[in-house]
Design a protein. Structure first.
Length: 406
């Protein structure tokens, strides 16, 4: 089928610099790695510099082109702000949502799952709504569907699309030429290495560094600056109150459907997946003995004996936190773990978080780890993000809602 013949005559146009995918070669580009701020928690956060990174362009009138640079794409120029947005992973979709463009997202991985999860948080943001249900599930997108969606930007990392194995250089070029540019960064999740053919042009960024660049693409720099200011205020509050390192709890994050197969994740490793846990400086219970994402058994968990267990995905409506707690309490080995004996098993949401989930998850994790300092986290069984007394909130919900809605 010749999809080019089906393209409307009013197809948007955009410009690419010599570092973009086609001009100058798909694999040409820059080098370097930025480690998403501190990799240990004692020093505040992802670092204040990552919350206010240097912008690649000044705000421009809607009728003037502008250029935004980020690895691995290089510099990409737009004629106007995108109005329809393709995404794969939810950190990119969450950035669009934070900037008031959640309804512009037309695709994402597991849309119904993440729609339900994100909407556990929207009830705490007055006037903010979100509906991603029924969108195209884009984990491994087809060219045919990308033509049909006709998005103004593909807010997705082309290197991660190439890593799927079903896309090659010519496919990426074709979509970029005939539909719209790629713009995203995914291998900064754990500061992973991209496919070898992309290695010489890849860089790693913090979550909020990527967010700043996406905000420029969408011409919402003022919203980014306002949200970044809220985040920085919260991180400064947390940093100023953290206890000495040797007085912090040992923690492990677990993910499991049935607690027969258990995945364990570290909290202080580089990358934006730990953007909400690394600033809190907890001690990883598993140390360096277990690679993040590895499977463990209850004997390994007991040997690590964490003070706190964080249950990934525990805030999703389909997850029964009461059952999880009961499963661990009833198990002859797991029941001996300190976190289980002391009732310190807490729900988490998602690691591929956008800026709004990052704010909420940083607050909730601070309360889960340091209840005596930041106020206790309510015993959570189900439902939306709990109501927190205003005096115990670590960021202002109304300010955030006004920014999204503004």
């Amino acid at each position: 089928m010749d999809f080019e013949e089906q393209r409307p005559s009013t197809r948007r146009t955009y410009l690419k610099s010599g570092a973009a995918l086609v001009t100058g070669g798909l694999l040409a580009g820059c080098t370097g790695q930025d480690t998403d701020g501190e990799t240990t928690a004692a020093s505040t956060t992802e670092s204040s510099s990552s919350s206010t990174p240097e912008q690649t362009t000044e705000p421009t009138p809607a009728d003037e082109s502008y250029t935004v640079s980020m690895a691995p794409m290089g510099a990409v120029s737009f004629d106007n702000a995108p109005e329809t947005i393709f995404t794969r992973l939810t950190h990119h979709a969450g950035m669009a949502f934070a900037l008031g463009h959640g309804d512009a997202v037309n695709s994402m991985h597991a849309p119904d799952y993440y729609d339900a999860l994100w909407n556990q948080f929207t009830p705490r943001l007055d006037g903010v709504s979100l509906d991603w249900s029924g969108l195209y599930s884009s984990w491994e997108p087809s060219k045919e569907r990308l033509y049909e969606l006709d998005s103004d930007v593909h807010l997705s990392d082309p290197a991660s699309v190439a890593a799927l194995g079903s896309w090659d250089e010519s496919d990426l070029e074709e979509i970029e030429e005939n539909v719209s540019p790629w713009f995203g960064n995914t291998f900064s999740d754990r500061n992973r290495s991209p496919p070898s053919e992309w290695a010489d042009r890849y860089e790693h960024y913090g979550l909020w560094e990527i967010f700043a660049k996406v905000a420029t693409v969408l011409q919402e720099e003022a919203k980014y600056e306002s949200l970044a200011s809220i985040r920085e205020e919260m991180l400064q509050t947390i940093s100023s109150k953290l206890p000495p390192a040797d007085e912090r709890p040992t923690v492990v994050m677990l993910a499991s459907r049935d607690y027969e197969t258990i995945y364990a994740y570290n909290l202080n490793t580089p990358g934006f997946l730990t953007a909400h846990t690394r600033p809190l400086g907890a001690q990883g219970a598993l140390g360096d003995d277990v690679e993040s994402g590895a499977t463990i058994d209850f004997e390994t968990l007991l040997e690590a004996d964490p003070d706190v267990i964080l249950s990934l995905g525990g805030m999703h409506p389909t997850t029964d936190m009461g059952k999880i707690r009961q499963t661990l309490t009833d198990h002859p080995v797991a029941s001996e773990v300190s976190a289980v004996k002391n009732g310190r098993i807490y729900a988490q949401a998602a690691r591929y978080q956008g800026p709004i989930l990052n704010l909420f998850q940083t607050e909730m994790t601070a309360k889960q780890l340091y209840p005596d300092i930041f106020g206790s986290w309510p015993t959570y069984e189900s439902g939306p993000y709990p109501e927190i007394p205003a005096e115990e909130q670590l960021f202002d919900r109304q300010r955030v809602a006004d920014i999204i809605n503004g």
